[in-house]
Design a protein around this ligand. Structure first.
Ligand code: GLU
Length: 308
């Protein structure tokens, strides 16, 4: 978990302002905070606000207010993806110059119809490479990066060895949409690189995106961060938590003292066993205890419900 003596750990939390923080995102925020701080590092906050259609007005502020309520104070200035378009353009152009990016005219429907390979767990239909040899239509619906026919593997600090062959799991994937919007995969890689992030701790739902990100990091010559994907919070009925479940800002309102038991539940979810007396202490003291005791070895193998 520790890096070289001279390289400070830089972790981050990168919520999308599409809704209020919920118990699942609070786990990601707290887990990434504790791990970065345990390593003596910095913890950054970035708002992934590229997709304007999915954003809910006021949510960026709401998320920041809720993080502060839990004592999760970030270091330095907040970063906003919507302010990094020039940077994305720069690295997109570098990839284009290397001849690995091509325009694609396929619609989702066409891709779905031509799909023969089984889908990934997160419902990505592997792109069959129709436009590799030239755009099959007059319109550009996306810009794709050509993937190599090789396994991309890495060692996750919680779940261990993970490997994917991009050519069969997702195929040539999108870097930019026809309406010019940059894709999450490119944006996240560029942002983490520019901010010096070397420790990515986030929910397990993003585990299957990581090989695509590693592929781009290799193409661009970026150092790979350490990855730790946290178990997911699920509803009491075993179903995936929806964006409307366990909303924290609405439940808590302003500081009421309710945030302390919630934070202690999050620590327990992360495998820690905070002493009973800690419930009488403010959030920053709970986080201090969590920072001292955090270890990836205690992270549970499976997700589960959280009593919020
Ligand atoms: N913004 C992404 C999300 O909310 C997370 C990005 C990341 O942690 O890499 O799902």
């Amino acid at each position: 978990m520790e890096r070289d003596r001279d390289s400070t750990v830089i972790g981050r939390f990168a919520p999308s302002p599409t809704g209020a923080l919920h118990s699942g995102s609070l786990v990601a925020a707290t887990g990434s905070y504790l791990m970065a701080k345990h390593c003596g590092g910095r913890w950054l906050l970035r708002l992934d606000d590229l997709d304007i259609h999915r954003q809910v007005p006021g949510m960026a502020d709401d998320i920041m207010r809720t993080l502060e309520l839990f004592g999760l104070q970030w270091d330095g200035k907040v970063a906003y993806q919507s302010r990094h378009l020039e940077e994305y353009q720069h690295f997109f152009a570098l990839l284009q110059q290397s001849g690995i990016v091509y325009p694609c005219g396929c619609s989702r429907k066409e891709i779905a119809q031509s799909a023969s390979a089984p889908h990934l767990e997160d419902d990505v239909i592997p792109y069959p490479g129709t436009c590799r040899g030239g755009n099959n239509s007059a319109v550009v619906r996306s810009w794709r990066v050509r993937v190599a026919d090789e396994e991309i593997s890495f060692s996750d600090l919680r779940s261990g060895f993970y490997s994917q062959k991009l050519s069969t799991s997702c195929g040539d994937f999108i870097l930019r949409r026809g309406d010019s919007q940059f894709a999450y995969q490119l944006a996240v890689v560029v942002d983490d690189y520019l901010a010096g992030v070397n420790q990515v701790v986030r929910g397990e739902d993003l585990l299957s995106s990581t090989p695509r990100q590693i592929y781009l990091q290799r193409l661009l010559g970026f150092a790979l961060p350490d990855y730790c994907h946290l178990p997911l919070v699920i509803g009491p009925d075993g179903a995936k938590l929806s964006k409307r479940d366990h909303l924290l800002s609405l439940q808590l309102g302003t500081a009421t003292g309710r945030e302390r038991p919630v934070l202690l539940d999050v620590l327990r979810f992360l495998g820690l066993n905070p002493p009973r007396e800690l419930s009488g202490y403010p959030c920053h003291a709970i986080l201090e205890w969590g920072t001292a005791h955090f270890t990836t070895l205690l992270l549970p193998a499976e997700g589960g419900p959280i009593p919020i």
